[in-house]
Design a protein around this ligand. Structure first.
Ligand SMILES: [Mn+2]
Length: 400
C-alpha cells in the first residue's frame, strides 16, 4: 500500500466541518480499537455540541469493553437493515485503507469528493478529496484533540464547554468540574490504547500534555485501564500458554515467532480477539527486538487473496496468533494440526533502537502494512507455510 500524505491542513478541515450543511458521517476501521472508538466518539460529541447532525457508524464488531464506555450509545453499528442518510461530509478517522473499510466501501466510494480522512498511519490508499495525515501523532485521538481545539476556539468554547479545557493548548482548567467528560474520556481511551498506556515509542511530550489536560477534566485513568485491560477471561491465560508453547527464537534470540491454530482456540475455549496483547509478552526478553504472531483465523477467508490489514497494526489492537512451524525450518513445537479453510493473520512488533527493524516493511512483504513498531498482514496460506515464510523474512531482515 502506498504512503499517504496530507493534502490540506487541520484548520481547513475545521472549516470543512463548520461549513458542512447537512449530516456528517463519521467512521473508522472495521473492528474498532480504543483509538478508533475514542476518535469517533470524541468527534461525534463535539460536533453535536456545535449543533451538527452526525451519523457515527462502526463496522462491527465493536469490542465489548469499548461498547460499555460512555458515548457508545451515540453511535450506530453497521448491519443489513441500517439506513444511512445522505450526508454533506464524510469523515474517516484512524485509517486511510480500503482493506479496513470494506463493509462501508459502497457508502464511501461515491462520496470521496466530500470525504475527509484524519489519520496517523503511514500508508493508505483511499483517494479522499481531503486528507490530514500526521504520522508523528501517537494516536489519531491526538489529532482529533487538536481539531476540537480549533473548533472550540471558533465557537466560543462550545466544544469543551464545562468539561474544563479552556481555549489554550495545555493550560488545563477547572479540575474537578463536574461537566460532561465523555469527550475527555474518549480521547484518553484513544491515546492510552495506541501508546500502550504511554509505554510505546510513539508516546511524545504532546501525548502526555494532552493526557494531563484530560485528567484535569476528570478522567479516571485507573478506572479506564481496569475496564479496558483487566477484564479478561481465564481462557485468555490458557491461550497465552499455547502461544508461549509455540514460541521459537530466531536470529540469535533477536526475534521470536509464535503461532496459534484453530485447534488451540477450540481446546482453550478462547476467541480470536483474545489474542490481543499476547504479542507483547516476548518483548520482556532483552535480546528480543522483533516478535511475530501468526494466528489461524476464520475471519480471513480463502476467497480474498493477500488482503492487507493495517488495522492489526495499531498497538493495542493486536490480531495475532500462529499456527505451527513448518517441517524443516524454524523448528517450532511439533504436532499442531492446522484447521482447514482458514487464512492467517500475522502481527508484528519491534522495539525501538539504533538498529530497529521496521516491521511495516516486513508486513509489506506479505501485502500488509502499519507502523514501524507495529504492523500486520493477512495471508491465505496454511499456517505452517505462513510461519515458515515469516520466519525467513525475519531472518532476512536481520541479515540485511
Ligand atoms: Mn490509531
Amino acid at each position: 500500500m502506498p504512503e499517504h500524505q496530507s493534502n490540506t491542513t487541520l484548520a481547513a478541515a475545521a472549516d470543512l466541518i463548520r461549513k458542512a450543511d447537512g449530516t456528517i458521517f463519521i467512521t473508522t476501521h472495521a473492528k474498532p480499537d480504543g483509538d478508533a472508538f475514542g476518535s469517533v466518539v470524541a468527534l461525534t460529541c463535539a460536533l453535536q455540541k456545535l449543533g451538527k447532525q452526525t451519523f457515527p457508524c462502526f463496522a462491527p464488531p465493536v469490542p465489548a469493553q469499548l461498547a460499555d464506555l460512555p458515548g457508545h450509545d451515540l453511535t450506530h453499528t453497521l448491519h443489513d437493515n441500517l439506513t444511512i442518510p445522505d450526508c454533506a461530509l464524510y469523515i474517516i478517522v484512524d485509517t486511510g485503507a480500503w482493506s479496513q473499510l470494506e463493509p462501508l466501501r459502497n457508502i464511501l466510494e461515491p462520496n470521496l469528493a466530500n470525504t475527509l480522512i484524519i489519520d496517523h498511519h503511514l500508508s493508505g490508499d483511499i483517494p479522499a478529496a481531503h486528507k490530514v495525515i500526521d504520522a508523528n501523532a501517537g494516536a489519531c485521538a491526538e489529532i482529533i484533540a487538536e481539531l476540537l481545539d480549533l473548533l472550540d476556539q471558533s465557537s466560543g468554547g462550545a466544544v469543551w464547554g464545562d468539561s474544563g479545557a479552556s481555549s489554550g493548548s495545555n493550560s488545563g482548567a477547572n479540575s474537578g468540574g463536574g461537566g460532561d467528560t465523555t469527550i475527555a474520556q474518549a480521547l484518553f481511551v484513544g491515546i492510552g490504547s495506541d501508546t500502550g498506556w504511554f509505554r510505546f515509542s510513539n508516546t511524545r511530550p504532546q501525548t502526555h500534555r494532552l493526557a494531563a489536560r484530560l485528567l484535569e477534566m476528570g478522567v479516571d485513568h485507573a478506572d479506564l485501564y481496569a475496564r479496558l485491560h483487566q477484564t479478561e477471561r481465564p481462557a485468555k491465560l490458557a491461550l497465552l500458554t499455547r502461544a508461549l508453547d509455540s514460541l521459537t527464537l530466531l536470529a540469535n534470540d533477536r526475534a521470536a515467532i509464535m503461532s496459534l491454530t484453530q485447534q488451540d482456540f477450540k481446546d482453550t475455549g478462547a476467541r480470536e480477539e483474545e489474542t490481543e496483547r499476547l504479542i507483547d509478552i516476548p518483548q520482556q526478553v532483552k535480546t528480543i527486538q522483533v516478535v511475530a504472531l501468526v494466528t489461524e483465523s476464520t475471519t480471513v477467508t480463502q476467497e480474498v487473496p493477500l488482503l492487507c490489514d493495517p488495522a492489526t497494526a495499531t498497538p493495542g489492537a493486536g490480531a495475532e496468533t500462529t499456527g505451527e512451524t513448518a517441517g524443516g525450518t524454524a523448528g517450532g513445537t511439533p504436532g499442531k494440526t492446522p484447521g482447514a479453510g482458514a487464512g492467517v493473520r500475522i502481527s508484528f512488533r519491534s522495539k525501538p533502537g539504533p538498529n530497529a527493524i521496521n516491521v511495516a516493511d516486513l508486513a509489506a512483504q506479505f501485502g500488509g502494512g502499519g507502523h514501524a513498531r507495529a504492523a500486520g498482514a493477512k495471508l491465505t496460506v496454511p499456517i505452517n507455510e505462513a510461519v515458515h515464510r515469516v520466519s525467513q523474512a525475519i531472518q532476512a531482515a536481520f541479515n540485511g
